[in-house]
Design a protein around this ligand. Structure first.
Ligand SMILES: Nc1ncnc2c1ncn2[C@@H]1O[C@H](COP(=O)(O)OP(=O)(O)OP(=O)(O)O)[C@@H](O)[C@H]1O
Length: 950
């Protein structure tokens, strides 16, 4: 039946890109394929130019397919998106094919078979399409009556252009069951695909041939047999790949549930040609087709036959890269040849060429119905993202995008009569029954001759196989030990590489840390610069304050020196003059001392005044001369630094703004112009990459700038610190230089003060000596008057005796008179002597008082002068000018070396001396007052007269 164009359906093409495998990562092969992580687009681009950034975007080649899956797309998603839609059609009766195609090691077997093992009767997440279809089909038919359907499986391998039944367990090496491809058109040389789809008259015959090997394993529901009839409306389909193509002798085994299907799959996989290559440890060296056939009841007597062909092609392989040799090279050559033909067929079908070269390889013959035929087909192209495989990936993508143009005309499958199905298994059932009966009746192992021969053959085969297996096992053991060694070495390499990677990671982290630290340092540096600027401002202010204080100090010094010291000097001179006046000229020592003191003090204060004045003037002159100059220098330095920093900042800002401008321009360009007509997603990806690169380059520019800035700041900081240091050192040195003469002058002054002190001490001791001399003299005078008084007393007692004698005789009276005269004379003399002694005593008292006054009046100005000197010292010490000490570190304070204690200047308290006549009363000598004395003398005279009269 001719098909209209409307019935045509493009085959579904998907691309699955895995992540980079260990080998690719180990080879540091970059990712050149742009795919989504899971899915979501129908475009895949590959950059084979080796360029990066925008150039790579421009030169990337974009391929459009139906679906694209990335590294994170799991097996379930692939099944759901690609295989499941076809599976639904398969259940409805359509023939369907799923093909996986791609370079070796890209995941074809992983996609088609994956992890086929069962875990507690369940599939794992890694299960591929075939196991999932096996489970899905029984799920889908769960509700159907067991009599209404039958499921069979076949598994064929095409290796080096030879077909092999992977489910045939008893293959005899000597008598291999040759599998042959037939098309139902019966025209083996047909070039036309239309021809290939016509029915084959040889079909029934081939079916009969293949039925033998299949029958032993076919199990069918007993109900199928109950309704068996012998009408064959169509050739039996048990060995067909499609309605047109079938393989003679290929077994189709009946399965009752998914687990049986899985067991068949596992059995077949064990027989598949797999070898380890440089590209893949378990490389499939052959093409395989796992076919699931569904016989579904349709009406009372017919079953609709539909097939699901699950095709895992061997990987295309670059022999020079894969390093294949001998057997592997032969395999690869054959694989590549058949894939080349497949490519040509795809191109021809897609281009709707008149001639399609299906017959150029067995692979294309087997896939004839799937490519442009009446099958619903999906092609999954598996690719690697690594640059190292980019050539093969491009080629795969070329085929995939070309295959997208292939149009098929899907048709529901053919029908088969129920009794044909029954017939196909009856013969085997009879044979099994006869074997069973023989066993039961003979109570031993009996079987037909034919079966016995077959079993013997099988046994022989098994023996040979065991031998081969042993040898193979030994070989494998050997290989295994070599592999283990290699594995150990590679593990070591792996470990060392991991360590390197870890180191690299650490280095990167360290570098990030360093960058962070540098950033922080930079921040701190700029803060320090700011602080220095602030410090400079503060210093300027402090120096201003310092200058003001210097001015005030100068004024204060002038005032102190001109007023206080002057007045002190005057008062001191006055006091000294007074002292001089007050001191008795007879006190030679005191006079000399006072004169010397006066002169010396006058000289000292004169010189102190002059030198202080000079020093202050000089010091202030120096300060007022030097300070502005220093300030100017510091100010200039600061200005220079500020200029440099400003220039640098402006340069930096210029750079940054130009970078930012460029970046904005580029962004605008990317946003508005670049790839304007292209898809947003691709654009986003490329913009992201570009942004990343820009970021990287901007980071490097920043890093350079940062480095430059660091250097610059470091230089500035050093020069600034140097200049500040030298300025400070200079100022300190100058200050110290200026201070030295002042210090010397003050030391001289202190020496002078010490000298004064010494002079005062001398003066005090001299005065003490003088007072002691005066006291001694007074004592001497007292002694003298005491002895005179004693003499007078003695004389008076003699006179008392003489008056008695006078009373007795004239001679005596004459003598008395004479004595009277003498007495009068003596009395006058005694009176004079007493007056003189009194005056002398008063004089001594006066001298004593004067000395005391002098000492008192002398002490006060001295005290005042000391207080003033101390005040001056304190004022100087309290002045804010506190130059550094000789070490340049400790502030020095001018101290008073000798403290003058005013008490020391006072002479010891003097006694007041007076001279009184001494009377002996009752044997005691007592001093009496002049009035009493006069009365006593008159009484003595009266007694004397009385005695004379008597
Ligand atoms: N998408 C994927 N996710 C996880 N692993 C994958 C994926 N694709 C492939 N692999 C792994 O990569 C390795 C190679 O895969 P596989 O054997 O299926 O490649 P292949 O294309 O069949 O190769 P060959 O043509 O040589 O047989 C396997 O270990 C497989 O598990």
């Amino acid at each position: 039946m001719a098909m209209s164009d409307a019935d045509e359906l493009n085959i579904t093409v998907a691309v699955r890109c895995r992540g980079r495998n260990e080998k690719e990562v180990g080879a540091r092969s970059s990712v050149v394929v742009a795919v989504p992580d899971v899915t979501g687009t129908n475009e895949v681009s590959i950059n084979t130019s080796g360029e990066t950034g925008i150039a790579a975007q421009i030169n990337s080649k974009v391929y459009t397919v139906d679906k694209v899956f990335g590294p994170s797309a799991d097996q379930a998603l692939i099944f759901k998106s690609i295989a499941e839609p076809l599976f639904q059609d398969f259940i409805k009766g359509y023939n369907c094919t799923v093909l996986v195609y791609g370079m070796t090691s890209t995941g074809k077997t992983y996609t088609m078979t994956g992890d086929e093992k069962l875990y507690d009767g369940e599939l794992s997440e890694g299960a591929g399409i075939i196991p999932r279809v096996l489970f899905k089909i029984f799920d889908a038919l769960e509700d159907a009556d067991g009599d209404d359907y039958m499921i069979k499986c076949s598994f064929v391998e095409l290796y080096n252009e030879e077909l092999k039944d992977l489910l045939d367990e008893v293959q005899d090496a000597n008598v291999p069951k040759k599998l042959r491809i037939f098309d139902s058109a019966g025209n083996h040389n047909s070039n036309s695909r239309n021809n290939s789809r016509t029915n084959s008259p040889k079909f029934a015959e081939s079916h009969a041939a293949s039925n033998y090997s299949a029958r032993r394993r076919i199990r069918a529901s007993p109900s199928v047999f109950r309704s068996a009839k012998s009408t064959v409306t169509k050739p039996p389909p048990s060995t067909e790949i499609s309605s047109a193509i079938h393989i003679q002798n290929l077994q189709e085994l009946h399965i009752m549930n998914a687990k049986e299907g899985i067991r068949l799959l596992q059995r077949g996989l064990k027989q598949r040609q797999v070898a380890s290559t440089k590209m893949n440890d378990f490389s499939s060296r052959s093409h395989t087709i796992f076919t699931i056939m569904l016989y579904k009841k349709c009406g009372d007597e017919n079953f609709r036959v539909s097939k699901m062909n699950l095709v895992d092609l061997a990987g295309s392989e670059n022999i020079s890269r894969s390093g294949a040799q001998n057997q592997r090279a032969k395999e690869a050559g054959s694989i590549n040849q058949s894939l080349l033909t497949l490519g040509r067929v795809i191109n021809s079908v897609a281009d709707k060429n008149a001639h399609i070269p299906f017959r150029e390889s067995k692979l294309t013959r087997l896939l004839q119905d799937s490519l442009g035929g009446n099958t619903k087909t999906a092609l999954i192209a598996t690719i690697s993202p690594a640059k190292v495989n980019s050539e093969e990936t491009s080629s795969t993508l070329e085929y995939a995008s070309k295959a997208k143009n292939i149009k098929n005309k899907p048709q529901v499958g053919s029908f088969i009569m129920k009794d044909v199905l029954v017939k196909s298994i009856t013969a085997e059932l009879i044979k099994i029954k006869s074997d069973l009966l023989s066993t039961k009746s003979k109570d031993g192992v009996f079987m037909s001759q034919e079966n016995y021969k077959e079993l013997t053959n099988e046994l022989e085969n098994y023996k040979t196989e065991v031998q081969e297996c042993k040898r193979a096992n030994e070989r494998l053991n050997l290989q295994n030990s070599i592999l283990m060694k290699e594995k150990k070495i590679s593990n070591e390499i792996n470990e060392s590489q991991k360590a390197k990677v870890r180191n690299l990671g650490n280095n990167i982290e360290y570098l990030y840390d360093k960058i962070d630290r540098q950033h922080r340092n930079e921040q701190e540096l700029s803060n320090v610069v700011q602080e220095l600027m602030n410090a400079l401002h503060t210093m300027q202010k402090s120096l201003q304050v310092y200058e003001d204080q210097g001015q005030r100090f100068q004024t204060e010094m002038e005032r102190v020196l001109y007023e206080n010291v002057g007045s002190f000097k005057k008062s001191l001179i006055n006091e000294i003059a007074k002292l001089k006046d007050n001191i008795d000229e007879d006190s030679i020592d005191v006079d000399v001392n006072i004169d010397t003191l006066s002169k010396e003090l006058s000289r000292i204060f004169e010189s102190l005044n002059t030198s202080s004045n000079d020093i202050c003037q000089k010091f202030l002159r120096e300060i007022s001369d030097q300070t502005p100059r220093q300030f100017r220098e510091i100010h200039n330095q600061v200005e220079r630094i500020t200029n440099v920093v400003e220039t640098y900042s402006s340069d930096l800002m210029t750079h940054l703004s130009s970078i930012s401008e460029e970046y904005n321009n580029l962004k605008d360009y990317l946003n508005e112009q670049f790839f304007k007509n292209n898809f947003q997603e691709a654009l986003d990806v490329h913009v992201d990459r570009t942004y990343h690169q820009l970021k990287v380059s901007a980071n490097s520019v920043f890093a350079q700038l940062r480095e430059m800035m660091n250097e610059h700041l470091e230089t500035n900081k050093n020069s600034m610190m140097q200049s500040l240091k030298s300025a400070a050192t200079e100022v300190v040195a100058k200050e110290m230089g200026l201070l030295d003469p002042v210090k010397q002058a003050w030391e001289t002054s202190l020496q002078n003060i010490n000298e004064c002190d010494k002079l005062n001490n001398d003066f005090e001791s001299n005065m003490g000596l003088a007072v002691r001399a005066v006291t001694d003299k007074i004592d001497q005078a007292e002694n003298m008057s005491g002895s005179a008084m004693r003499d007078v007393g003695e004389n008076l007692s003699q006179l008392k005796d003489a008056s008695a004698n006078f009373q007795k005789n004239g001679v005596i009276s004459t003598n008395v008179n004479c004595i009277k005269r003498k007495h009068e004379l003596l009395k006058t003399q005694v009176q004079n002597s007493a007056n003189y002694m009194h005056a002398a005593t008063q004089k001594f008292d006066e001298i004593d008082g004067s000395i005391q006054d002098l000492l008192t009046s002398q002490a006060i100005p001295q005290l005042r002068s000391e207080e003033r000197i101390e005040g001056l010292l304190e004022q100087l010490n309290d002045k804010p000018l506190r130059p550094l000490g000789p070490s340049g570190k400790t502030p020095m304070r001018i101290t008073q070396h000798a403290t003058i204690n005013s008490d020391q200047l006072l002479p010891p308290r003097q006694k007041t001396y007076s001279i009184s006549p001494i009377r002996e009363i009752d044997g005691n000598r007592r001093a009496v007052s002049p009035v009493k004395r006069k009365a006593a003398e008159e009484r003595d005279l009266r007694e004397l007269k009385t005695q004379k009269i008597e």
